[in-house]
Design a protein around this ligand. Structure first.
Ligand SMILES: *[C@@H]1O[C@H](CO)[C@@H](O)[C@H](O)[C@H]1NC(C)=O
Ligand SMILES: *[C@@H]1O[C@H](CO)[C@@H](O)[C@H](O)[C@H]1NC(C)=O
Ligand SMILES: *[C@@H]1O[C@H](CO)[C@@H](O)[C@H](O)[C@H]1NC(C)=O
Ligand SMILES: *[C@@H]1O[C@H](CO)[C@@H](O)[C@H](O)[C@H]1NC(C)=O
Ligand SMILES: *[C@@H]1O[C@H](CO)[C@@H](O)[C@H](O)[C@H]1NC(C)=O
Ligand SMILES: *[C@@H]1O[C@H](CO)[C@@H](O)[C@H](O)[C@H]1NC(C)=O
Length: 508
């Protein structure tokens, strides 16, 4: 090799390196030879199924957590208590079926004192002896005790804080004016049959359920035992290369998050970064619960099922600050790979307009600390268009669209056979994914950020499950950013990737 050709070669190599790094920096696609094969670490944010079931067992009166939906049927008239017009006026006791206005959502004050919130969000209170639902402000509302019959806990009385019991005086008149009650006879207008129509079991419910003395210790125990270093080792040695970690907005004020949350989630995330680095894994931080809740779900940080996120600029800015906090903290860590700005915003409560505004501001917050992190934008769930984020995402370098593909929640899957489910993956899911995968090179990458090898098929064989898992790995393997299984650990074994791998149901 002559001197000149050696220099030429060096210049050529240098050009190549510069060109390549420019291309890979400015360009999602070409840099995505690394494809994320991730698992979701549900459990950082505690929710039903994403924790040891025993975590609930210690909660006093655990049937009555925040958000529990209660219905009360008068034993005398056989009709339900309900908020007339859904709220804003009196309560009545003339509703024949329990379809919405008859459900009262609990706010837990302590283990036996509650506020009751009606369909239109007002709190049940008293106006003289009349029972009304007119106040939107919880501080002016009445609290209630639920007094159960000793040998049948579904028969109850509702006692107001002035000591009087509620009665369905007539079908059109509910009052709080009974001070002395008799036995539990069927002609007693103070007795109702109570049914639990809904439950929420997320971190809000668990921490408020335990209360400020017990919750810190219970949560600390959970964080230090549920997902541990060995799990990261397991992930790395089973063909996976990343973890998507759901966190709640209160992590940004650790160690002193607002009530009822308790400190410690940030320390847990710090551990995740240490272990991920040790085993060569990437981390996708996923803001799964935003202030006010972006979807009203138990995993979305909702107290009682309501969805308030994004309705004010202040709320959006508060969320951006959480993203900024997390990015600033971890941007320099080798495992830091992507930030997902918001999990599963629910349409129509979250409008495309608020979401675009937040995604743009959240993207800029990430970029202030990291020029290279991928920024993941979750598509809205509920009524929405698969490409509605493209006008924004097309202009954002290294952005990613996250879609969640489950053959479970939609009723179209109700009567499908195993083979039909598998065919659905190869045809329908495949074209849905194609539909959002751009070929021009400047568009966002695609990420199937949640999927699971479980379905509504009854009596499926192990081989059916294996073929279903393989179909999804085949198809979601074409997602240009990658995919993430829900979840590493779960109460349902098919949702528990650790169990699925150890028992030969999933092979990555
Ligand atoms: C409790 O009361 C409900 C409602 O009246 C009734 O349906 C149920 O059978 C009772 N349970 C027992 C164990 O008596
Ligand atoms: C129940 O009573 C209220 C108040 O009188 C009335 O407006 C409403 O139409 C009644 N509902 C039913 C189902 O009878
Ligand atoms: C599934 O089958 C049941 C029983 O035949 C039927 O009632 C139901 O409507 C079916 N569901 C769908 C989505 O077709
Ligand atoms: C799946 O796609 C096929 C062909 O495009 C279509 O006929 C079918 O209705 C789709 N299935 C469902 C459940 O949407
Ligand atoms: C593909 O996208 C178009 C336009 O958004 C939509 O109308 C169509 O239903 C989508 N097809 C699939 C299979 O998702
Ligand atoms: C599943 O198996 C049970 C027990 O063998 C049987 O009774 C049931 O009909 C089966 N269900 C379906 C959908 O095949």
């Amino acid at each position: 090799m002559t001197m000149t050709s050696c220099v030429n070669l060096k210049i050529w190599l240098l050009n190549f390196v510069i060109l390549f790094s420019m291309v890979s920096l400015s360009h999602g696609r070409l840099n995505a030879q690394f494809q994320v094969k991730a698992v979701n670490l549900g459990g950082w944010l505690v929710t039903e199924g994403w924790m040891k079931p025993s975590l609930f067992d210690g909660i006093p009166n655990k049937d009555f957590l925040d958000g529990t939906g209660l219905q009360f049927k008068s034993v005398m008239t056989g009709k339900y208590l309900c908020a007339e017009s859904g709220g804003g006026t009196i309560l009545v006791a003339n509703c024949t079926d329990a379809s919405g206005w008859e459900t009262f959502r609990l706010w837990r004050i302590n283990e036996d004192t509650f506020r009751l919130r009606v369909f239109n969000k007002q709190f049940v209170g008293l106006d003289g002896i009349n029972v009304v639902a007119v106040s939107n402000i919880c501080t002016y509302s009445e609290t209630f005790h639920i007094v159960k019959e000793s040998d049948n806990s579904s028969r109850i009385r509702i006692k107001a804080s002035n000591g009087y019991f509620l009665q369905a005086k007539t079908q059109e008149l509910v009052t709080a004016d009974v001070s002395e009650v008799r036995e539990w006879e069927d002609d007693d207008p103070t007795i109702f049959v109570m049914t639990i129509a809904a439950r929420l079991q997320g971190e809000f419910q668990v921490t408020n359920g335990y209360g400020p003395t017990k919750a810190p210790q219970v949560m600390k125990e959970h964080w230090s035992t549920f997902i541990v270093e060995n799990d990261f080792k397991f992930i790395a040695s089973n063909g996976l290369n990343a973890a998507r970690i759901p966190v709640g907005w209160w992590i940004a004020s650790d160690p002193n998050p607002p009530w009822p949350y308790v400190g410690g989630s940030l320390h847990a995330l710090d551990n995740a970064f240490l272990w991920a680095q040790k085993y060569g894994l990437k981390i996708i931080i996923d803001l799964h619960a935003a202030p006010g809740s972006q979807n009203g779900f138990q995993h979305g940080g909702s107290r009682d099922g309501s969805q308030e996120w994004g309705k004010t600029n202040k709320n959006i800015l508060q969320t951006v600050r959480v993203i900024e906090f997390l990015t600033a903290r971890y941007a320099k860590r080798p495992s830091f790979y992507a930030v997902e700005l918001l999990n599963e915003p629910l349409s129509p409560g979250v409008t495309l307009e608020m979401l675009n505004k937040y995604y743009k501001a959240g993207y800029d917050a990430v970029r202030r600390h990291s020029p290279t992190a991928f920024v993941v934008l979750s598509n809205r769930i509920g009524p929405s268009k698969p490409k509605e984020l493209f006008p924004l995402a097309n202009g954002l370098m290294r952005s990613v669209i996250d879609v969640h593909y489950y053959n479970i929640f939609d009723d179209v899957f109700e009567n499908m056979s195993a083979q039909q489910n598998i065919d659905f993956i190869y045809t329908n899911r495949s074209s849905q994914l194609n539909n959002i995968t751009t070929s021009n090179g400047n568009g966002p990458l695609t990420f199937v950020g949640e999927w699971v090898a479980d379905w509504r098929v009854k009596n499926a064989t192990k081989e059916d499950f294996q073929r279903f898992a393989k179909a999804q790995l085949d198809v979601f393997g074409r997602a240009t950013f990658g995919w993430a299984y829900w979840a590493l650990k779960n109460a349902n074994k098919y949702w528990n990737l650790e169990w699925m791998i150890e028992n030969g149901y999933v092979k990555i």
